[in-house]
Every structure is written in structure tokens, then in C-alpha cells.
Ligand binder design. Structure first.
Ligand SMILES: [Mg+2]
Length: 172
């Protein structure tokens, strides 16, 4: 049975520095968009997001947007604003989008990680695809009651993996 538990947990993407990713052998970081990199209500990347990406780039880590967004052109807009490649309607947790992204980046699954805020799409999909999953806290749950319900359903996976923090050094 495929696990719902992430490889690592972090409070937010700001913990995932370029140096710390490279030290763990992550050359390509697949990233969910909504509530991971930006709020659902955001229309443009924040300055903090742009600076975070610059640090990744400086350390040779490639960012790839792997989004399930069905809003027309939303992922494309952020990808263009950030200067990165993307796939929307990625269909996570199905693995087709992961395979497409890896091929596009010319990367092996073991050289990648996937960061996202949802267990049943981002983490499960990454685990099915053989990509290390990094679970972050959603940026903002308010605005949609369904997000609270989903977060509640995710709690067992979050609790069972709560010691797998990003700053934990052992096992790489
Ligand atoms: Mg999300």
C-alpha cells in the first residue's frame, strides 16, 4: 500500500533554502501553486516568493510548477512571472503529470522532490511517482469551508509524520 506520509514536513517553503535542498540531493523541486507558493486570492508572486526562487536558482535548484489548478491560465501566468516551467491540470495524485514534468526537466525521480500543502494530491502523488514529498502548512485555510474539512482529513498523516521535520539531519 502506498503511503500518505511525506518524506519531510515544513511550516512553509521559506524553510526550503537552496542550500538545504542541494544538501539533500534535490536538483529539481516540483511545487504545487495554490496555498503552497501563493494564496488562492493572489494574482502575482510576492517579493518573498521571488527572493526564495532566486536563492534556489543560485544553488542550481530548478523549480517546476505542478498545479492541479483548473482556472484558465492561472498556473501559466505565475510560471511566466517567475520564469519557470509548469504543468496545470496536472491531475495529482495520478502520476502522469509527475512523469511529464520529470521528462521535461530531464531529471530522475530520485533527484527531485515535490512540495505541496495537500496530502491526498501532492504527497500521495509524489509517493506514487517515487518522488520525495515535502508537506507544508497551507498558507491560508480561510475562505472556503472545504479546506478546513480537507485539513481535518489530513491530520492523521500530518501527526504521524510530525517528527520528519525539514531541519532533521539524519538519513539525509
Ligand atoms: Mg495546494
Amino acid at each position: 500500500m502506498v503511503s500518505l506520509l511525506p518524506w519531510r514536513q515544513a511550516g512553509s517553503i521559506s524553510e526550503l533554502t537552496g542550500e538545504s535542498l542541494r544538501r539533500r540531493g534535490v536538483r529539481v523541486l516540483l511545487a504545487d501553486l495554490d496555498n503552497t507558493l501563493v494564496r488562492y486570492s493572489d494574482q502575482e508572486p510576492s517579493a518573498a516568493l521571488t527572493e526564495w526562487l532566486a536563492d534556489l536558482t543560485a544553488h542550481g535548484v530548478t523549480l517546476f510548477l505542478l498545479s492541479n489548478s483548473r482556472k484558465p491560465a492561472r498556473a501559466a501566468h505565475f510560471a511566466q512571472a517567475l520564469g519557470v516551467d509548469y504543468l496545470d491540470h496536472a491531475g495529482k495524485p495520478k502520476t502522469g503529470g509527475f512523469a511529464w514534468a520529470l521528462a521535461r526537466c530531464g531529471a530522475r525521480a530520485e533527484d527531485c522532490a515535490m512540495v505541496g500543502d495537500q496530502v491526498f494530491t501532492d504527497v500521495l502523488g509524489a509517493n506514487l511517482a517515487g518522488v520525495r514529498a515535502i508537506l507544508v502548512e497551507p498558507i491560508r485555510l480561510a475562505g472556503n469551508p472545504g479546506r478546513y474539512l480537507r485539513y481535518w482529513a489530513e491530520l492523521p498523516a500530518r501527526l504521524l509524520s510530525r517528527k520528519r521535520t525539514w531541519d532533521r539531519e539524519e538519513e539525509g
